[in-house]
Design a protein around this ligand. Structure first.
Ligand SMILES: [Zn+2]
Length: 399
């Protein structure tokens, strides 16, 4: 399949190229094969006219629990511990593979129609999520989450999934110990060793709340970050979700091991967990991506909302309007997300990169005029403005 986007404003997210006005981008198979200002030669299966439209990399949701769409609106206005132990875990205990298939399907429809082309999931019955992802054509990074005493069972499930999705372009894996409060130290160590043996990244929750932080200090005389470091988790490439309760030394540890952070500003606000020190992380050169977390603590999987929240919240807490500028927020949801998930050819519109692209319709009142397309995307666009979503060179959603 060859597709041409013509006469379109292109936000490349490539530092060298930036924004291309009246641009042309073509794809061949799963890759982008041309970005420029003149029409590339050749025939195309489909040509999309770019008048009043913006083409940009698909959004990457670096931390979610897709099947939690089933719990959207089920338990609101609670703190993390009450929400998790009194409402979420008891509900999840009753969920079946069929439930996860349906919940993931709803999430994937929501994500594709809102411009998300890749997500990193952490849940259970993940083979169902993988099947839904392949069926609907979204890129997914899956992990059947390990907690309490589930290690052997989860290893078996991960191995079955690796077999089932072998050779599938859209599916890759991480290994996920849920958090320090649901995994023993020995279990964290086992997870670290397994990930190392199988060359898999780690995806985990880290330092989400003050409670997690102070409980860890009382029980182990360490911060959650120090505790995870001592279990050897960070010796693997790691995506750490939240990282709200962090000391300066904790940030140094993340930097030392090149841990990527998945920042989930809306979930952290809704559960009253706090605000992650993202400007400090960025100043230190830590890779910060963006996630929505599950739809039960957000309550949507809208990455446009999340990007805007990430750009605004740190201005509010620091009283510095330059904290997390628009372009940085957009990088977090594209380039940085790709890096966090281990891709070296995703998140930028560039020849040779994977064709995960979205077209945003600017012919709507709230996007007029367009002084700066990056500003418009971050501060004014809505997920419903997405007109086309392409994953792996295939248009999988069009409005
Ligand atoms: Zn989470």
């Amino acid at each position: 399949m060859k597709t041409l986007f013509e006469n379109i404003t292109v936000i490349t997210m490539d530092d060298n190229i930036g924004v291309v006005n009246n641009g042309f981008v073509s794809t061949d198979g799963k890759l982008i094969n041309y970005v420029g200002t003149s029409r590339p030669s050749g025939n195309f299966d489909r040509v999309i006219d770019g008048e009043n439209k913006v083409l940009m990399p698909g959004l990457i949701n670096a931390h979610t629990h897709t099947a939690m769409t089933l719990l959207r609106g089920y338990a609101d206005d609670m703190n993390l511990q009450d929400w998790l132990y009194n409402k979420i875990f008891p509900f999840e205990d009753k969920m079946t593979p069929e439930d996860v298939r349906r919940g993931s399907g709803i999430a994937i429809d929501e994500m594709l129609s809102g411009g998300t082309t890749c997500f990193s999931d952490m849940y259970f019955f993940q083979a169902e999520t993988g099947r839904a992802a392949v069926k609907k054509g979204i890129r997914a990074v899956l992990s059947d989450c390990v907690n309490f005493d589930g290690y052997d069972r989860k290893v078996k499930l991960m191995e079955e999934m690796a077999e089932e999705f072998k050779g599938c372009d859209l599916i890759s894996f991480t290994f996920s110990p849920h958090a320090i409060y649901t995994c023993s130290f020995e279990l964290l160590e086992k997870c670290a060793e397994y990930a190392k043996r199988h060359n898999m990244p780690i995806h985990t929750h880290l330092a989400e709340t003050r409670t997690e932080f102070s409980d860890c200090e009382i029980e182990h005389n360490m911060t959650p970050t120090e505790y995870m470091e001592s279990a050897g988790l960070f010796e693997n490439p790691t995506i750490a979700a939240h990282c709200v309760a962090m000391t300066d030394n904790d940030l140094e540890i993340l930097k030392k091991y090149n841990v990527s952070v998945a920042h989930n500003p809306i979930s952290n606000l809704k559960l009253a967990s706090g605000v992650a020190p993202v400007p400090k992380m960025l100043d230190m050169g830590i890779n910060v991506a963006i996630g929505t977390d599950g739809a039960s603590s957000n309550n949507s999987l809208d990455m446009f909302e999340e990007i805007k929240a990430a750009a605004l919240i740190h201005k509010g807490t620091s009283l510095d309007p330059t904290a997390v500028p628009a372009e940085t927020a957009l990088k977090m949801a594209t380039v940085n997300g790709a890096k966090a998930l281990g891709f070296d050819n995703l998140g930028i519109i560039k020849s040779g990169y994977l064709a995960d692209l979205i077209v945003v319709d600017f012919d709507v009142p709230h996007l007029k005029p367009m002084h700066n397309p990056v500003s418009s995307i971050v501060y004014s666009a809505k997920c419903t403005d997405v007109e086309y979503t392409m994953v792996n060179g295939k248009i999988v959603y069009e409005r």
